[in-house]
Design a protein around this ligand. Structure first.
Ligand code: DHB
Ligand code: MG
Length: 222
């Protein structure tokens, strides 16, 4: 089925996702430097993130897990000039390529790339009484998702949107013998999301496409 899913993604993208030299440069530069783009969101997923920001007129966005900043550029593209996007990446090699791609994109909105563990940066923001974010995109190490979820709630306001990437992992979450930290992290996330007192609404959707079978969870803070 993978070939069909990829072909359908190509069809969707060729009709609905305009080519954008800044986004294309990010993908090409990532490729050229020998990194695989499999960690990046697909173009139609990037457009979905853009639309969430537009629908909710978000101005402040936090991203955990920059990788090479392809999703970062999608998020920034959706923000107004006086918007602010903070993106956090833990790996040195990813920070370097991400900054290159952000610099090339030269977006009108302010993009700040911080190197560090998501939880450390978030705890620091909480300690500094940071203004809350309107949308938080959680896409970093899956084993820390439960921690990122709780910290996100401390950096949110009523109506903040939380999007958590890669919560299906081709169904691995159902395999009880799979005890990988990333998979346990996602199971822990579903347990935390279940009847969470601080969430107004929450769901998860499975996706198939060029990135295989995966999905995302989405929640609105009460
Ligand atoms: C992986 C991580 C991601 O965030 C993603 O979107 C796809 C794959 C991974 O760790 O394999
Ligand atoms: Mg992801």
């Amino acid at each position: 089925m993978q070939q069909l899913w990829t072909d359908i993604d190509d069809y969707i993208n060729s009709h609905l996702i305009p080519t954008n030299p800044k986004l294309q440069h990010a993908l090409d530069n990532t490729d050229t430097q020998g990194f695989s783009n499999h960690l990046a969101v697909a173009p139609n997923q990037g457009m979905f993130l853009q639309m969430l920001i537009q629908m909710n007129q978000c101005k402040r966005v936090l991203e955990l897990g920059t990788f090479a900043a392809y999703s970062t550029i999608w998020l920034a593209k959706a923000l107004p000039k006086d918007g602010y996007l903070l993106t956090v990446e833990g790996r040195d090699t990813h920070v370097i390529i991400a900054q290159e791609n952000i610099d090339f994109a030269n977006m009108p909105t302010n993009i700040e790339l911080k190197k560090g563990r998501g939880a450390d940066v978030m705890n620091q923001l909480i300690a500094e009484n940071s203004e809350p974010f309107d949308l938080i995109f959680i896409d970093a190490d899956k084993q820390s998702y439960p921690e990122y979820l709780e910290l996100s709630l401390q950096l949110a306001h009523s109506g903040t949107i939380l999007v958590l990437d890669n919560v299906i992992r081709a169904g691995d979450i159902l395999d009880e013998n799979n005890k990988k930290p990333s998979i346990e992290g996602i199971r822990g996330t579903f347990s935390a999301l279940k009847n969470h007192p601080k969430l107004l609404s929450c769901t998860a959707l499975q996706t198939v496409g060029s990135k295989g079978h995966d999905g995302f969870a989405i929640a609105i803070v009460k």
